[in-house]
Design a protein around this ligand. Structure first.
Ligand SMILES: Nc1ncnc2c1ncn2[C@@H]1O[C@H](COP(=O)(O)OP(=O)(O)O)[C@@H](O)[C@H]1O
Ligand SMILES: [Mg+2]
Length: 243
């Protein structure tokens, strides 16, 4: 277990700034995409509608997170239900479709189709996926190469639990930062907040799970992994964390 997240005024302000910023970027990217589809001759109304629907869903999601955060202890409580992690992964990837397309990222899904359900707070888990995928997009953009990939995998753990891996081809985490990426306010980005991973780790800890990061062995990109206990298992501590 790690130190509990200090829920103080600074964390709240940083968290809200981070959420509003992320939401504003999603609005911009989707609104610009919609305009581009409409400006085309002939206009592609279907694609423009898709971008506008994503804009609305993203904004709804931000409103929900912000309204739940009126009571910041929300992060440490949770509203559990039986959840299929593949659905959360798919839902988050489709919500972030425009940001992913805008960075020319190829998405690969490696989903276990017979995945055990986990007992989780859906909104919190979506929040973790959103943070991890947003970080991968930033890391891939930072390479300035034309195309990168994001691979999302889910695996059944024998001891009763689910392993999730989010791998990217971005700029790897600097070797001397690997142990610090989850520290509150640790950021290497000019406009970063350093709250996304600290909050993600607090959420996963609170679900009895574990989250950790590695640079990929082949020198390109990083992989974030999480293990969450399956329904009926209190903690993923016993599960192997080196898959
Ligand atoms: N997929 C990734 N690839 C490379 N570095 C990463 C990745 N995810 C996180 N990091 C590093 O961890 C830091 C902290 O991430 P985070 O807590 O989400 O804050 P922020 O994104 O605001 O900087 C980032 O600034 C970056 O240096
Ligand atoms: Mg981040």
């Amino acid at each position: 277990m790690h130190d509990p997240l200090p829920i103080d005024a600074r964390l709240c302000a940083t968290f809200l700034a981070h959420e509003v910023n992320k939401s504003a970027s999603a609005v911009l990217i989707n609104a610009e995409a919609a305009l581009r589809w409409l400006d085309k001759g002939p206009a592609d109304v279907m694609r423009a509608q898709k971008s506008l629907r994503l804009l609305i869903r993203n904004t709804e999601r931000t409103c929900e997170i912000i309204s739940r955060f009126r009571d910041p202890s929300w992060l440490l409580r949770s509203d559990r239900e039986a959840v299929n992690v593949n659905d959360i992964a798919n839902g988050t990837l489709s919500l972030m479709f425009s940001e992913i397309a805008d960075a020319s990222i190829r998405v690969e899904r490696d989903f276990c189709q017979s995945l055990q359900l986990i007992s989780a707070d859906r909104a919190q888990l979506e929040h973790v996926f959103t943070n991890l995928i947003a970080n991968s997009i930033d890391a891939i953009r930072a390479t300035r190469r034309r195309a990168g990939y994001l691979r999302v995998g889910t695996y059944q753990v024998d001891q009763g639990g689910v392993l999730i891996a989010i791998e990217d081809s971005g700029e790897p985490i600097p070797a001397h930062h690997v142990d610090h990426v989850f520290d509150l306010l640790h950021t290497t980005k000019p406009y970063g907040s350093g709250v996304g991973l600290a909050i993600s780790r607090a959420i996963i800890d609170n679900h009895g799970g574990r989250i950790w990061a590695r640079r990929n062995d082949w020198g390109e990109g990083s992989t974030f992994r999480m293990i969450l206990p399956g329904v009926g298992h209190a903690s993923a501590e016993a599960a192997d964390n080196e898959s």
